[in-house]
Design a protein around this ligand. Sequence first.
Ligand SMILES: COCCOc1ccc2cc1OCC(=O)N(C)CCCNCc1c[nH]c3ncnc(c13)N2
Length: 275
Amino acid sequence: EVSGAEKKRWTLNDFDIGKPLGRGKFGHVYLAREKRSNHIVALKVLFKSQLQQSQVEHQLRREVEIQSHLRHPNILRLYGYFYDQKRVYLILEYAAKGELYKELQKCKYFSERRAATYVASLARALIYCHGKHVIHRDIKPENLLIGAQGELKIADFGWSVHTFNRRRTMCGTLDYLPPEMVESVEHDASVDIWSLGVLCYEFLYGVPPFEAKEHSDTYRRIVQVDLKFPLKPIVSSAAKDLISQSINGSHQFSIEILKYVDNDIRLKSMTKPMQ
Ligand SMILES: COCCOc1ccc2cc1OCC(=O)N(C)CCCNCc1c[nH]c3ncnc(c13)N2
C-alpha cells in the first residue's frame, strides 16, 4: 500500500515500468510496479517543457493538491508524485479495464442498467467532491476509467477547482459544458450536474445531446438547451426525465439518480431472478 508514502521522496528507480497505457495531451501513462511493495500502479509522465509551453504548471499543482486529498471508490487515487530534470511523474491507482469511452465506442451505447450504475457512481463521487467544495468541470468519457471489478473511476482533475476561487477559464471540448460555462460566466457545482446529464444521454444514445458539425452550432444548441431525444434506441421515460431534470439545472438531480437507479434495479430484480 503506497498511501502512507506521501512523505517519501520517490524516484524512477523505485519502479519497474511496464506497458504503455495510453497517451494524453501532456504525456504518456505506463503500467508500473513499485519494487519494494510489488504494488501495481499507473505512472503518468508529463514533460516539463510542454507544461511550461502551455502554462499549465499551476493547474497541474492544483490537480495534484486536490486529487491527492480525495478518497472515494469512484475517484482514481493519486498516491504521490515526483520529478526529475525533464519530467513530472504522477503515481496513480491502476484501472485494469481502461478507458470508458473505448468501451462506449465498442458497444455503441450502454443498457439502462449499465448506464444507471455508472451515473449513480458518478453522482456519489460528485456528492463527495461537492461536499469538499471541489467541482470537476470536465466530466467526459475520456476522463472516466474502469476498475478491475468494472467500477467507474474519475481521472484527470485537470480542470477541477475549489469553488471559493472560481476561475473564468475555458476547458476542452464544448460538448459537455452547460450554458454558464460556454458563456464563461461565474459558475458553481451545478456545472458537474449538467455534465452528468450530458453523460447519461451519451451512455444511452452513444452521442452527446448537443453534438453538431460546427463549434458554433454546438454552442447555440447548449445555450438554447436544444435537447432532443432520438426515437432509437428506445429509452425509458424515467431516464429521459432524469436527463431533462439534470440539464434543466435541478439540484435534486443526484437524489433523483439514486432513486432511479434503486427502482430500476428493484424493477429488474422483480421481473427476473438476479443473474
Ligand atoms: C494531468 O494528468 C492528471 C491525471 O490524468 C490521468 C491519470 C490516469 C490516466 C489518464 C489520465 O489522463 C488522461 C490521459 O492521460 N489519457 C487519456 C491517456 C492515457 C489513458 N489512460 C489509460 C489507463 C488505463 N488504465 C489506467 N489506470 C490508471 N490511469 C490511467 C489508465 N490513465
